[in-house]
Design a protein around this ligand. Structure first.
Ligand code: SAM
Length: 254
């Protein structure tokens, strides 16, 4: 099938067989696993996963690509959900679920946040993303890349940057370097103890103006004595506050 890559769907198709094999090797799929692939595209990763699985769910927004997947010889092994991943109900899939995909970079953060409420049903997530995004996800306090994405995701997942993927591994090549990340939800008791709405608000306000002192960003949001209880000086900047300290402030507030 001749398919012209659609920019609006962030289409960059993986063509490097070594990278594909490395992703499957890191994921280590087993026949009984319930797996969903986000954005299968022309099926490069799909075809590498299928020999290891009894069945695979895929979510693809592009009508032509979804039709192609349905017409494949291996179609009986695949359930194609032709829809927008951002509105997809992951709870409708069997659990425990493993999620994998070379994500459309234009909506990668919204996809990561859309998956957060499903963490209880998810075993792990293996994603190709812009390397710059993965750097932010795994960044530690004091790093220039440490920010809202780092704190929000590190509270809920253990994450590992697995390896980098250069632009020439794709057709068409993206303009940026890519990488693979593994995300494993933290234990349920830990996640359920997070007062999510309060946590999201204090993290959002803390990083609203990154260079400002935290007492200014949190004015009217977090009482100073609560931040001090968590060992945060009023003159600190958000990028110096650890994920554990943000969690402590959120719990104290809740
Ligand atoms: N997995 C393929 C590969 O590695 O060659 C394609 C990856 S390409 C970067 C992203 C894929 O996600 C495309 O197939 C695109 O059509 C699909 N996509 C883009 N936006 C989507 C959305 N909102 N919901 C579901 N799929 C989407």
């Amino acid at each position: 099938m001749n398919h012209t890559a659609r920019k609006r769907f962030g289409q960059h198709f993986l063509t490097d067989p070594r990278i594909l094999a490395n992703i499957v090797g890191e994921m280590h799929p087993r026949p009984e696993d319930h797996v969903v692939e986000i954005g299968p595209g022309l099926g490069a990763l799909t075809h590498c996963l299928l020999p290891h699985l009894k069945h695979l769910h895929v979510i693809e927004i592009d009508r032509d690509l979804a039709a192609k997947l349905r017409s494949e010889p291996l179609a009986a092994q695949i359930t194609v959900h032709e829809t927008d991943v951002l509105t997809f109900n992951f709870a409708s899939l069997p659990s425990p679920l493993r999620v994998v995909g070379n994500l459309p970079y234009n909506i990668s953060s919204p996809i990561l946040f859309a998956l957060l409420p499903h963490a209880s049903h998810i075993v792990d997530q293996h994603f190709m993303l812009q390397k710059e995004v993965i750097d932010r996800m795994v960044a530690q306090p004091g790093c220039s890349t440490f920010g809202r994405l780092s704190v929000m995701l590190q509270a809920y997942y253990d994450m590992e940057h697995l390896f980098d993927v250069p632009p020439e591994s794709f057709d068409p090549p993206p303009r940026v370097m890519s990488a693979i990340v593994r995300m494993v939800p933290k234990p349920q008791a830990h996640r359920e103890a997070i007062p999510h709405a309060v946590f999201a608000r204090i993290v959002g306000t803390a990083f609203a103006q990154k260079r400002k002192m935290i007492r200014n960003n949190w004015a009217g949001v977090v009482p100073t004595e609560l931040s001090e209880q968590a060992g945060i000086a009023p003159t600190s900047r958000a990028e110096d506050i650890s994920c554990a300290q943000f969690l402590e402030v959120a719990r104290n507030m809740a």
